[in-house]
Design a binder for this molecule. Sequence first.
Ligand code: AHR
Length: 528
Amino acid sequence: MDESLTVADPTPDAPPAPATRVRAVLDVDLPGPRINRHLYGHFAEHLGRCIYGGFWVGEDSEIPNEGGLRLDVVEALRALDIPNLRWPGGCFADTYHWRDGVGPREDRPAMVNSHWGDVVEDNSFGTHEFMALCELLGADPYVSANVGSGTVREAAEWIEYLTRADDSPMARLRRSHGRDEPWTVPFWGLGNEPWGCGGGMSSGAYAELARQYGTYSLDHGDNRLYRIAAGAADADYRWTEVLLQNLGRYLGDGEVTGHGKNTYQAISFHHYTIVGPTWEEKGSATRFDDDEYYRTMVKATEIERIIAGHAHVMDAYDPDKRVGLVLDEWGTWFDVEPGTNPGFLFQQNTVRDALVASVHFDAFHRHADRLVMANIAQTVNVLQAMLLTDGDALVLTPSYHVFAMNKGHQDAASLPLTVRGETPVRDVDGTVLPTFSGSASTKDASVLVSLSNLHATEALVVELDVRGSAVGAPVGRLLSAETVTAHNTATDTPVQVRDLDDLSVEGGVLRVTLPAHSFATVSFTVDA
Ligand code: AHR
């Protein structure tokens, strides 16, 4: 590796610089909104090696599988308690015709995956395979309908196929394909990025379509759909506003009867952490210097302002928070790894990605009153992946470890963690980047605190004044590595989670030393 591209280590003989210190108050007796477990959701698109080679290897593969589904991937994801999985896209969803993906595999027609690599998709992974995957993972399915190039009838029949129990035409078709009982499908997406790959529509045109598709997206039997309208790119608050205005008297539905009552219960948006200078030069996932690292963190921390912006617009129309905000695509987007198909979006994953994830989760926890779901893009082998497959080897990425360390926040009550005095900051091209990030939650008389030190080269001492309860013996975990460019491969795994040793409690103050560019969690019991 070119040494000029690595983060400089401190000079070995120099005396260590005194660690910066941050003080914060944690009120454990002031529980806030519940952190919806679906904020830890995932996304699997027919894109590159996410489905094929990632989740699906086929029944004849030598890689251990159940019905064609890769068991090492399933096992690793089960350990994260993944709450939901979004499928089949992304842009692919608006080109997908579900009937091509059911029935005997040898009879399924092929199609061209025009968005991703222009490759031929043989539809060997379809509805039954996806639902079997969700069952193995213990995850709720989030299915995205084709609004861009499909029909209302096609979408309506897919729901009937998935969720209807009686002798209806689609239930009968499902049975003829070997599945007697209907599945439960809680989450239903109305297209994807309709302003772009999903149809190039205006917000007004899409809003009408969303209401139309929502109207015919029926609840069959006991299945209750949570319909998610496809939303804005980044800070396009106007898109969100138009979708809210379009709901009119159907806002929050359930209370209105008659036509249009289904409409949609949530509005999504997408935000990727992309650092230029141009779309063609997004930078390498593993070869970057400190300046690029900090620019990435500035982009990542923008998520807080963008969530707050959408939430603010929603509050104006929906003060009772009946409509959910969903971030169903987020994560880093760098140049693909050299030598790989540019349409496959395969990138490595470093400590930088882990810190992008940790600051996103802190923001999600703080906005748990409005943000109800989020989906990392994407789970395996694409963009900010949890898992990379290399033949029969499976690599757990640094991002994976953040999801694992943070899983205790799922369905816990958020807690206020307030910095007292100065937050350590860094000037990044004129933008102030706080180099400390943290959040906390409580569940079952236990508290989980997440702490990130974003400084590339300096340690940070965090002193948490825990108020409202005595603090039980703390247990700390640390994700760290020598350099911020460190990443795991099939043969070398320098980014590991280990016990956090530099941890103490005195007089109700929890004191933790975070090494440079590190993420830690601390859990402790509190008075019930
Ligand atoms: O996640 C990759 C792509 O990014 C998705 O297909 C699309 O929705 C977004 O632009």
